[in-house]
Design a protein around this ligand. Structure first.
Ligand code: HEC
Ligand code: HEC
Length: 197
């Protein structure tokens, strides 16, 4: 009984000790993310053309992207130098922090091309984008959250997979997916997905 009690006391002490440390970690990583949010938007929701929203993406996806930028496997004049100085610990902490932020929840922009949206919705279903990108295209594991991503960002990503500028991890899923898409279909998918929440 005595042993159990002291074990209990030990666990309580360990948890109590861990809490302030976590809060400190959170504050430290938040400070490191401040310059990132200058481009990627307050809380990771981007309001700048060509800059992706990074809130609520799966942490594995985010970590891979930062590693790709750091190693130059994905070339980006902007992100390359910014990722060059990040340590593995920074990347892990940033991935975890960003993944836990709430996703975009403002109403989508007015739909100026509902016919295109319908084409995009059909394509997303028939090409099984949700199999990898998860229910509602909210992202899972290494596959990005693509619901509510900026339209021009989705377009660029799909063209980059097509040109080979980007190819992702392991199974190289996306180059195979986009190989079967023409420009019009890419446009329709980006239009539809950017309006999902
Ligand atoms: C000067 C603006 C700017 C700053 C500062 C910036 N980024 Fe970026 N970031 C971009 C742009 C632009 C892209 C798109 C990359 C491309 O198309 O070349 C990007 C892409 C990304 C991506 C990939 C997202 C996706 O959905 O594909 C991640 C993750 C990311 N940035 C994280 C960060 C982090 C973490 C920081 C801070 C260390 C940061 N960014 C700072 C502009 C910026
Ligand atoms: C077999 C799995 C799979 C399928 C099917 C799939 N994707 Fe992906 N997708 C991925 C993975 C994995 C990534 C991350 C690749 C990387 O690291 O660059 C990704 C990345 C993306 C990105 C880049 C997002 C960003 O923020 O950088 C877009 C856009 C995208 N997919 C759209 C689609 C669309 C549209 C479809 C359906 C037409 C689709 N995907 C089908 C696995 C898949």
């Amino acid at each position: 009984m005595k042993r159990r009690l002291s074990l209990c006391a030990f666990v309580v002490a360990a948890i109590a000790g861990a809490l302030p440390a976590r809060a400190e970690d959170d504050a430290a990583i938040k400070t490191k993310l401040e310059p990132c949010f200058a481009c990627h938007g307050e809380n990771g929701i981007s309001e700048i053309d060509g800059v992706p929203s990074i809130a609520a993406e799966p942490d594995i996806f985010l970590e891979w992207q930062l590693v790709f930028f750091r190693t130059g496997r994905v070339k980006s004049e902007i992100m390359g130098p910014l990722a060059a100085d990040l340590s593995d610990d920074d990347i892990r902490a940033m991935g975890a922090y960003l993944a836990a932020l709430p996703p975009i929840n403002t109403p989508p922009p007015p739909d100026d091309a509902p016919a295109m949206t319908a084409v995009g919705a059909k394509l997303a279903a028939s090409r099984n984008c949700g199999n990898c990108h998860g229910e509602g295209f909210h992202g899972q594991q290494g596959a990005a959250r693509i619901a509510g991503q900026r339209e021009e960002v989705i377009m660029k990503a799909l063209h980059d997979y097509k040109s080979g500028a980007r190819f992702g991890t392991g199974i190289a899923a996306m180059p195979e997916v986009v190989g079967q898409l023409n420009d019009e279909q890419i446009e329709a998918l980006a239009h539809f997905l950017s309006r999902q929440r």
